[in-house]
Design a protein around this ligand. Structure first.
Ligand code: PXL
Length: 279
């Protein structure tokens, strides 16, 4: 059986981070260990305010030390939302301690969306995240996060050449396979683009474009991508499965957007994901 560890916050209500990663990766038939980096009453996105935030940074080295004493090994390490610069640094140490030649590291540099940084992030945080990304095999920024990592303005409009230059720039940070999410090159298609730098190859995967921001879909994409890589799927396949399931989750939310305005009805589409894994 494959085993991954995911390191990110638990937003107790709001369908993102660990409340998504744990069910999604588990549904793919993968053992999923977790390190919660913070406990929040809700996520910090649009619609929520006055949320609680309990920082668990100090617990991370203790968990890592215990796991080292047990000689635990992971096929993959996947990090999502991290709450502070110090936390990113400690996660970097975790990756150094548990990364091997045989496993892989996925960093989702969660920092913003739609051209805006999420609440509480700073330029120093971005600098630390850039360092963490340089240690990863795969990074999964959206266009906002890619702009922050590369210190470029968020583009009003972009084309294929922009996407490929951005991916080359991200590879230049030191990550072998950057993946850009939320890529829309025509009106009716949205998906992801990857750069396999070892083979100097770009890969695209698109589905129907639904013009709506649904919170937590970045976490869904990253969780499926991590699971697919852990299962030994090719990069092309991993990208396809991640794009398809993310779209399934948005489609499953149609008709529920008023009630579930803070996330997606990803639970309703888990059956499809299980099918994709078997294909
Ligand atoms: O979905 C990313 C995410 C994860 N965790 C927390 C967040 C966000 C995005 O806003 O606020 C706490």
């Amino acid at each position: 059986m494959k085993r991954v560890v995911t390191i990110q916050d638990i937003s107790c209500f709001g369908k993102c981070s660990l409340t998504v990663a744990l069910p999604v990766i588990s549904a793919m038939g993968i053992e999923t260990a977790v390190i919660p980096t913070a406990v929040l009453s809700t996520h910090t996105g649009k619609g929520f305010s006055n949320y609680t935030f309990r920082d668990l940074t100090e617990d991370i080295p203790a968990v890592a030390a215990h796991w080292k004493s047990m000689d635990l090994k992971f096929n993959g390490i996947y990090t999502g939302y991290l709450g502070s610069k110090q936390q990113v640094h400690i996660v970097e140490e975790f990756c150094r301690d548990f990364g091997t030649d045989d496993n892989f590291i996925v960093i989702d540099p969660v920092m913003g969306d739609g051209g805006q940084m999420y609440a509480g992030f700073t330029d120093e945080f971005v600098a630390e995240m850039r360092k963490l990304c340089s240690k990863a095999d795969y990074i999964l920024p959206n266009l906002t996060e890619a702009s922050l990592l590369l210190d470029m303005p968020y583009p009003d409009k972009y084309d294929k050449a922009y996407v490929e230059d951005t991916l080359r720039g991200l590879a230049g940070l030191g990550c072998s396979t950057p993946v850009l999410t939320g890529v829309c090159l025509g009106g009716d298609k949205q998906g992801a683009a990857a750069y396999d730098s070892a083979n100097d190859r770009f890969i695209y995967s698109f589905g129907k474009n639904i013009d709506r921001t649904v919170h937590g879909t970045g976490d869904i994409f990253a969780s499926v991508f991590t699971g697919a890589v852990a299962l030994g799927k090719s990069l092309d396949r991993a990208l396809d499965i991640s794009v398809r399931y993310t779209l399934d989750c948005i489609e499953a939310t149609e008709g529920h957007f008023e009630e579930v305005w803070y996330g997606s009805c990803f639970e309703l589409a888990l059956g499809k994901l299980i099918g994709y894994v078997k294909e």
